[in-house]
Design a protein around this ligand. Structure first.
Ligand code: FAD
Ligand code: UDP
Length: 367
C-alpha cells in the first residue's frame, strides 16, 4: 500500500483531514474529479477579483478553535455580511432587524416594531407547521409578502406552505439596528480568496485533480490502507436504493466595465419579476478598488442526474432513503464518510472544519 489514506474530494473536509494526518506523518493522496481543489469554496481570479465560483462563501463561526485553525492558513479580513433585499425598486436591510422594520412601516422603537408584527400575526396559530406560518408569526404579513414569499418559492421551487418551518429560522431576527447577517463571534473572507487557503492546507500533500474515484475504484481501493470518501453517499452505493434529491443552481457571471455595480456584495431579489434569487458583486467581499467589476446572478433550479448537487432536500422521502444508506455505511470496512455530500447535510464551512478535526482526533487515537 502506497498511502495511509486515500481521500476522495479536495473540499474542506478532505483537505482539513489530510492536513491533520500529514502532521502525524501519515501519507495521503487526495483526489478530486474537478479541475481544481477547494470544493464549493473555490475562488478564481477574474480581472484581479476573487470570484466565488459556486456562490458567495462567508466564513462565520463562534467556535474559537475553528477560527484559530483556519487563520493558520489564511488571513481573514473583517468583512461582515449585510445583504440588501430588493423588492421591485424598494430596498431593505437584511436580516430582519430594526432597519428593515423602520423602512417597511416607519416605526422607530423596538416596541413599535413588535406591536406591528403582533397585529399582523395569525393568533390562532400556536405551533407553525410550515415555512409560511413560521415566517408570518415571526415578522408579520408585509415582510412575508415582500421579502420572503417569492424569494423562497424561487429558491426551493415549492410554495412556502409546502416547506419545513426550520428553513427560515436560519436567519437572525433582531429588534436592534444591526444588519449583520450572522450572530457568530467571528466572521470574514480569506484575503486572496479561498484558493490560497486551500493551497496552504494542501501544501506537501499529494493531490490528483481531474480524477473520478469511480472511474478506477479497484485501483484506488488498493492504493491506501483507509479511504475517506466525501462525495455523494448514494453514488458510493451505486444508487442501489435510488437517488437522493438536491436543489441545484446555475450561475451567470459577467464582467462589467464599471467600478461599482450595486454597492454591496450581496443583493437578494425578492420579487417574482426576475428568475434569479441574488446578484453577487465579488469585489465587495474584499473591499476591492479595481476599475472593472464581476457580478454573478444565481438561478436556482431543479436537480437532475449529472447536475452539481447543492442543497439537500430534507423531506420525508429523502430522510427515509438516507437512513437506508446510513445503514450501508456502517457496514463498510476501512471506508469513512464525511462532509456535506457523504452525510447529505446542509453544513456551513465551520461545521465541516469542526467535523473534520473531530474525525482526525478519533483517527489519531487509533494510530
Ligand atoms: P465539497 O466542497 O462539496 O467537496 C467535496 C468534493 O468531492 C468536491 O470537490 C467534489 O468534486 C469531490 N468529489 C465528489 N465525488 C467525487 C468522486 N467520485 N471522485 C473524486 N472527487 C469527488 N458555507 C458557509 O459557511 N458560508 C457560506 O456563506 C456558504 N455559502 C454557500 C453558498 C452556496 C451556494 C453553497 C452551495 C454552499 C455554501 N456554503 C456556505 C456551504 C459550503 O460550501 C460547505 O460547507 C463546504 O464547501 C463543504 O465542504 P465539503 O468538503 O463537505 O464538500
Ligand atoms: N430567505 C428569504 N428572503 C431572503 C433571504 C432568505 O425568504 O431575502 C429565506 C429563504 O427561504 C432561504 C432561507 O430564508 O432559503 C434561508 O436563507 P439563507 O440566506 O440562510 O440561505 P442560504 O445561505 O442557505 O442560501
Amino acid at each position: 500500500m502506497k498511502y495511509d489514506y486515500l481521500i476522495v474530494g479536495a473540499g474542506l473536509f478532505g483537505s482539513v483531514f489530510a492536513r491533520e494526518m500529514l502532521k502525524k506523518n501519515k501519507t495521503c493522496l487526495v483526489i478530486d474529479k474537478r479541475s481544481h481543489f477547494g470544493g464549493n469554496c473555490y475562488t478564481e481570479k477574474i480581472e484581479d477579483i476573487n470570484v466565488h465560483k459556486y456562490g458567495a462563501h462567508i466564513f462565520h463561526t463562534s467556535n474559537k478553535a475553528v477560527w484559530e485553525y483556519v487563520n493558520q492558513f489564511a488571513n481573514f479580513n473583517n468583512y461582515i455580511n449585510s445583504p440588501i433585499a430588493r423588492y421591485h425598486n424598494e430596498i431593505y436591510n437584511l436580516p430582519f432587524n430594526m432597519n428593515t422594520f423602520s423602512k417597511m412601516w416607519g416605526v422607530i422603537t423596538p416596541d413599535e416594531a413588535k406591536a406591528k408584527i403582533e397585529s399582523q400575526k395569525n393568533t390562532s396559530i400556536k405551533e407553525p407547521q410550515n415555512l409560511e406560518e413560521q415566517a408570518i408569526s415571526l415578522v408579520g404579513i408585509d415582510i412575508y409578502e415582500k421579502l420572503i414569499k417569492h424569494y423562497t418559492k424561487k429558491q426551493w421551487g415549492r410554495a412556502p406552505k409546502e416547506l419545513p418551518a426550520f428553513i427560515i429560522k436560519r436567519l437572525p431576527l433582531r429588534f436592534t439596528y444591526n444588519n449583520n447577517y450572522f450572530n457568530d463571534t467571528y466572521q470574514g473572507i480569506p484575503v486572496g480568496g479561498y484558493s490560497l487557503l486551500f493551497e496552504n492546507l494542501l501544501k506537501g500533500i499529494d493531490v490528483q485533480l481531474n480524477t473520478d474515484y469511480f472511474n478506477n475504484k479497484p485501483y484506488f481501493d488498493d492504493i491506501a490502507k483507509k479511504i475517506i470518501y466525501t462525495g455523494p453517499v448514494d453514488r458510493y452505493f451505486d444508487y442501489c436504493y435510488g437517488e437522493l434529491e438536491y436543489r441545484s443552481l446555475s450561475f451567470q457571471t459577467e464582467i462589467l466595465e464599471l467600478e461599482n455595480y450595486q454597492g454591496n456584495a450581496v443583493v437578494n431579489y425578492t420579487d417574482d419579476t426576475v428568475d434569479f434569487t441574488r446578484i453577487i458583486e465579488h469585489k465587495h467581499f474584499e473591499f476591492g478598488k479595481q476599475k472593472k467589476t464581476v457580478i454573478t446572478k444565481e438561478f436556482p433550479k431543479e436537480w437532475n442526474t449529472g447536475d452539481e448537487p447543492y442543497y439537500p432536500v430534507n423531506n420525508e422521502k429523502n430522510t427515509i432513503l438516507l437512513d437506508k444508506y446510513t445503514k450501508l455505511k456502517e457496514k463498510e470496512k476501512n471506508v469513512y464518510f464525511g462532509g456535506r455530500l457523504a452525510e447529505y447535510k446542509y453544513y456551513d464551512m465551520h461545521q465541516v472544519v469542526e467535523n473534520a478535526l473531530n474525525f482526525a482526533k478519533k483517527e489519531e487515537l487509533k494510530l
